[in-house]
Design a protein around this ligand. Sequence first.
Ligand code: ATP
Ligand code: MG
Length: 552
Amino acid sequence: MENEVVSKNFIEQIIEKDLEEGKCTKIVTRFPPEPNGYLHIGHAKSILLNYGLAKKYGGQFNLRFDDTNPMKEKTEFVESIRKDVEWLGADFEDHLFYASDYFDAMYEGAVKLIKKGKAYVCDLSADEIREYRGTLKEPGKESPYRNRSIEENLDLFERMKNGEFEDGSKVLRAKIDMASGNINMRDPVIYRVARMSHHNTKDKWCIYPMYDFAHPIEDAVEGVTHSICTLEFEDHRPLYDWVINELEFENKPKQIEFAKLYLTNVITGKRYIKKLVEDGIVDGWDDPRLVSLSALRRRGFTKESIQMFMELSGVSKAQSSSDYAMFEYCIREDLKMKCNRMMAVLDPIKLVIDNYPENQVEYLDVENNQENEEMGKRQVPFSKVLYIEREDFMEEPPKKYFRLFPGNEVRLKNAYFVTCTDFVKDENGNVVEVHCTYDPATKSGSGFAERKVKGTIHWVDASQAVKAEVRLYENIIDEEKGKLNEDGSLNLNPNSLVVMKECYMEPALKDAKPLERFQFLRHGYFCVDTKDSKEGNLVFNRIVSLKSSYKK
Ligand code: ATP
Ligand code: MG
């Protein structure tokens, strides 16, 4: 906790100091996704952090596709990433860039290093390079090609570009220090030969820059002042600074590292998600059990809830895990005042009110949200036959069960008191119908106070009910038993998806549109599914239940 408070604004402190000392007059940040998959909740942290800082200090926020490795990149991902960033409200205005647009600048940078005697073409194989690199304890060994002349290097590098050499047969390496304590500085490879078609530059290049060389150039070219990344790049910072200095950029971006966001019980690694998708265990990258941003959006999470979660989880240098329950707390907080509170029966049985007039319908006035008067009222039909939850009736109740059982009286939410008189079972012994009588004097809002009841249950008028499908979710991984099984497979929670095919809802829900959100009394917050919900065939995703396990 202490750690969090102290370090919460450590990036802001750095920026404020830089502004004060005149190291920059306007800050520029960026979010640099590699378009090789969908964005997840962890990326949202980086997006909102970078965008938030630019906004706070009147600076600029760039969205830059870090598309320097054509092997895994696809246009499909470019589109989805852009959509996600926009959805989160991180407005990049017209500052949308592609690293591949700088391939020429990178090539020229490499030539410049060669001319300065700071880079050389090396013929060692990948394995040999690894071998020569040494270990954390032992220094590396110099490549026999390290002392090629500048002329020879210029010639060979140009011929690499012109496609004269096989893939993998030659690389360009920075000439730094094979004895450096930092392995990243032991003559890192900065260009390789690889015949790959790029989604943007097509077949123009057969050499591609390595990340550690490309990234600082991208930042410098764009005028980025504060290059914020995650902790695993800390050891790469000396190389980042080396590239910036050797290429003599006037703009010298500052790399700052922070700890990644990890969530309990949740899978964020692309590798695992890809496997779940490929194995058909989930319904694509936007399956509501996943935490890709498209999945969270489909499930019904709001950008406000994500923003709040990021604020609560803070920015720190210390590796830690955030509680999924805290995320759930955020979405509940956000939806509390925004959603109509409706009645929906997910596991229905019939309740027949024997003394209620046949063919009579009453329309009860119900507040849409008891905590937010501004949301107005609606009318809810009530008549002789209703649906109630199966679990709200018990033939032989345990102690402290206050709902329906023979002889007991309960309140039907917003309606009347009813007393259970009888029930009907089918041939398998399952209760299919409950009978009761109602007391007309107890109508909700009438001020009836002669007696009290302990239980209140919700219900839906059977004659006008809307039938819908409801999907209930739990975490896809059962973390109590560990993320992985002994054989390395994922330890899946068999209850991560429960589909309730025959739910009954108030008629007001009939025209619910994709992404509309509601509270269903006692059940939680729900969102109309964007993929499978159709008119006349509604599908709701449960975003979160009402019960909280989060301790503030
Ligand atoms: P993954 O490891 O899930 O495949 P990645 O880091 O390879 O993700 P990139 O596209 O390279 O994905 O990441 C874009 C930006 O998002 C980087 O600046 C990276 O540091 C940041 N980022 C990725 N994961 C997280 C996370 N869990 N928390 C915060 N920032 C993250
Ligand atoms: Mg990456």
